[in-house]
Design a protein around this ligand. Structure first.
Ligand code: PA5
Length: 465
């Protein structure tokens, strides 16, 4: 099980910028109401992500059968999706699989296809992808809950035409699999009309909470990841997160520690994994934390401009980049280290240069020790500087512990939303940008938005060339 060590969040260790026991005691009734709201929402079916560890036996079976049937006939599995439809699949793949997965010969990938995620619509990206892989030998997974996101749907339209021109309509059908809402949106209509294989995102699960639905499970299964173990890990964490006592519930505690310090002006949440395998976990977390908690209005319609800015860092790399700022810059950050007890490999530094004392000490040390010591050293530097930090330690990076980690952050985000009295499950700021794009291109139904945009003031000549 993961360990959450929050000692250095506490004022006993870091002084004035930390949390006192009294801070917890003062929030007792807030914690109780937030827990009650979580329970009530769960019972009312408004927190469907919490059912995912338990209610997907049939879909897991279907995914495994489909992956087994298709795997050998494709060179690459390509996700077309963005935001919540892309970051989770990338994070889990990076965590569990070899970092050079795509460069390995197929037998060293367990016979599995290569894996790509085409999230951005930078025209160079997709063009160059097809210089690396033959589109006719790919399986494209179009992932969109709404079925209307411009980035994903434009990629789908491009690829559909490309495939139909090269391998014909009939074979193209086998090369496209959709993941979308069962009832609403364009993608489900298209999938039905075209006869594409389709998986469903439960309607009560939003994009950034959907990694443990077919959004994440299908790509993971194609990459040889044990999806049942992912869900079992999530189920373990769910049980730990049922505890009504905040100080015994890892999800609640993570949220409470952040909430208390957010109220004291710590408006940045740095995530710093000390493992390359967890690097993209910070990207996934950044979306979850930012999009869920960054809200203009609270649940009573009051303007609150709530939220905490997530910052992505990587240990040890960013010790040589950002840590100077964390230790001596503004007192506005909480740093969350992700540590690993047992790395999957061991690398020993040979005992060369024993005659040079300033290098000889490294001889006989493993990189495993070095990375652990450097994490502790950074934690110590922040402690000395009176900066709050906590460490979540994974015994080892496996499907099981990754499932625990994903689920921990999801519960923490939902509980933080309750403490902040905001809706953690909507994203009106994102919708505004999506709608402006639709209006710009003249999508029917967006005429008013277009007029509103056309009426915006012209830019001045405030530029330099
Ligand atoms: O969390 C969210 O809801 C968003 O980030 C969406 O996942 C993202 O905008 C993509 O939306 P969709 O899945 O509808 O294409």
């Amino acid at each position: 099980m993961l360990k959450l060590d929050y000692n250095y969040m506490m004022s006993d260790f870091i002084g004035g910028h930390g949390i006192a026991i009294a801070d917890f005691n003062n929030l007792k009734s807030k914690f109780e109401s937030a827990h009650k709201a979580m329970e009530d929402k769960r019972k009312a079916g408004k927190m469907d992500f919490r059912e995912l560890p338990y209610n997907q036996d049939a879909v897991v079976g279907d995914i495994l059968d489909y992956a087994a049937a298709m795997r050998d006939s494709v060179d690459a599995f390509v996700v077309l999706g963005i935001g919540g439809s892309a970051l989770g699949p990338m994070a889990v793949h990076q965590a569990v699989n070899n970092p050079y997965y795509n460069e390995l010969p197929r037998d060293k990938r367990g016979g599995n296809p290569k894996f790509y995620v085409a999230d951005n619509v930078d025209p160079e990206r997709l063009t160059y992808l097809f210089q690396a892989v033959d589109p006719a030998k790919c399986l494209f997974n179009v992932v969109s809950k709404s079925g209307s996101t411009s980035e994903t749907m434009s990629q789908f339209m491009y690829i559909k035409e490309l495939l139909e021109k090269t391998i014909g309509k009939e074979e193209s059908r086998r090369r496209i699999v959709c993941t979308t809402d069962r009832h609403s949106g364009n993608l489900i209509k298209i999938a039905k009309d075209e006869g594409y294989k389709t998986y469903y995102i439960p309607s009560g699960v939003g994009g950034r909470f959907s990694q443990l639905t077919p959004v994440g499970l299908l790509p993971a299964a194609f990459c040889g990841i044990d999806i049942s173990a992912l869900l079992e890990g999530a189920a373990d964490m769910d049980k730990a997160c049922l505890n009504p006592c905040v100080r015994e519930n890892p999800g609640y505690m993570y949220a409470a520690l952040h909430y208390i310090l957010m109220e004291k002006g710590k408006n940045m949440s740095v995530m710093m994994p000390y493992a390359d395998s967890l690097k993209y976990m910070s990207d996934w977390y950044a979306q979850l934390w930012a999009e869920s908690l960054g809200k203009r209005f609270d649940n009573n319609g009051r303007e609150v401009f709530a939220g905490q800015t997530p910052v992505k860092a990587l240990g040890v790399t960013d010790q040589h980049s950002q840590v100077q700022l964390y230790a001596e810059g503004p007192f506005d950050k909480i740093t969350v280290f992700l540590g690993v007890d047992e790395y999957r490999e061991t690398l020993l530094v040979p005992k060369t240069y024993q005659d040079i004392s300033s290098l000889g000490f490294l001889g006989g040390v493993t990189h495993n020790q070095l990375i652990q010591v450097e994490r502790m050293a950074t934690e110590y530097a922040l402690l000395r500087a009176g900066r709050p930090s906590m460490t979540i330690t994974l015994p080892k990076v496996t499907e099981h512990t990754v499932g625990q980690l994903l689920y921990l952050f999801e519960v923490a985000t939902a509980f933080a939303g309750e403490l902040m009295d905001i809706n953690a499950f909507d994203q009106p700021g994102v919708e505004e940008g999506k709608n402006a794009t639709y209006a710009y291109f003249g999508r029917p139904g967006y005429e008013e938005k277009k007029k509103e945009m056309d009426a915006k003031p012209e830019k001045n000549n405030d530029y330099i060339i």
